[in-house]
Design a binder for this molecule. Sequence first.
Ligand code: MLT
Ligand code: ZN
Length: 454
Amino acid sequence: MTDLPLEELRAAVGAEHVLVDADLTASYETDWTGRFTGRAGCVVRPRDTEQVAAVLRACDRAGVPVVVQGGNTGLVGGGVPAGGEVLLSLTRLDELGEIDVAAGQVTAGAGVTLAALQAHARAAGLDFGVDLAARDSATLGGLVATNAGGIRVLRYGSMRAQLLGAEAVLADGSVVSRMAGLLKDGTGYDLVSLLAGSEGTLGVVTRVRLRLVPRATARCVALLALESTQAAVDLLPGLRERLPSLSGAELVYADGIALVRKHSGLPAPFEQDFPAYLLLECADRTDPTDALVEAVGEADGLLDARIASDPAGRRALWAYREQHTEAISAEGVPVKLDVSVPLRALPGLVDRLGPAIAAVAPTARSVVFGHVNEGNLHVNVLGAGDLGEDVTEAVLRLVAELSGSISSEHGVGRAKAAWLSLSRSPTEIAAMRAIKTALDPRGTLNPGVLLLAR
Ligand code: MLT
Ligand code: ZN
């Protein structure tokens, strides 16, 4: 690989923000799950858009690839080095602008964490439409880059739907800035929207202009015990219709709850175990409890239910869902496959997953859970050993057969780049490559992520 332009990088961001010692770079080089790891040539920590531009100019000129990283909560190997790249860490771009109450918008740096943005918006009587369990570490730049979804997509859509503007540095160091937050803008290609889900391959997002939503001041959570995935899917149309305040619908299963209990010590949610559980949250400015109790009372196929409106009770019910990720990782390094299928195909996918995985990795164990309204299932496979790629292939092929997507909300990363053609046609992939080449002709940004390196 070409020599690193270390002197230029030091001049760009200050010598103390160019890390080369292994003990200083280590925490940037392995992903959260421990599955993806590689040595960075160095880690560079710019403070603002101008410094990011100087770093990219230097790397692009020197022919050195750059990997972009936010809070390092990614799950598809898209933000850690493959080997030798400059790792561009954006956590210092953490400036939060004043809330624009008139517009219901805010400007924030790419390195601001989701939790910090939420607290900022709530202090002004507003809220942010995206929420997810990694909120304390996940940063806005990464959430945009992966078009993250999470637990409120049902109500507010995913990250792209919140994104009204962005500032981004292209591979050659030039800056695109569309930060006015216009709600109507018909002037051609929407580059801001294109950045959402581009996984750092087209430009480095440094600042974003975000839509805020009214702050719900009352919440109610229900945990419903059900016979099957089909029972959960069957309930959704009625729940959506009866409960305009419905903001989340999450699906978990008996084995996932048992695993969470094993690692957290939480008590059993009900006196007996049930096959499937649907966790619902309603959020509003007036108390949604009566409406949720009534809707639950009339729900077909209910085996048992718990409802909580007080903060501690709500947190206790959410814990069974939100602690899945940590409980799974406590068992070993999982192969994490995040997929979505049309809702009507979800029960079939769940039924066929076990046999499909067992056919290629008989001793592997899978734990699944998901965001049911979007047909989004998180398939976590433990004990796959050397068969991780075979498991990935089997699951993603099954998903494609059901007209699904091989990446619902985590991105494609390095983990699934080889399977992109299962979800995208040759024409679409050619168009994506043409865009990539136009914006990053030397292939500097995140090579091997999303699109396989050629
Ligand atoms: C979640 O829904 O909790 C996240 O997508 C993380 C995960 O899939 O483990
Ligand atoms: Zn998720």
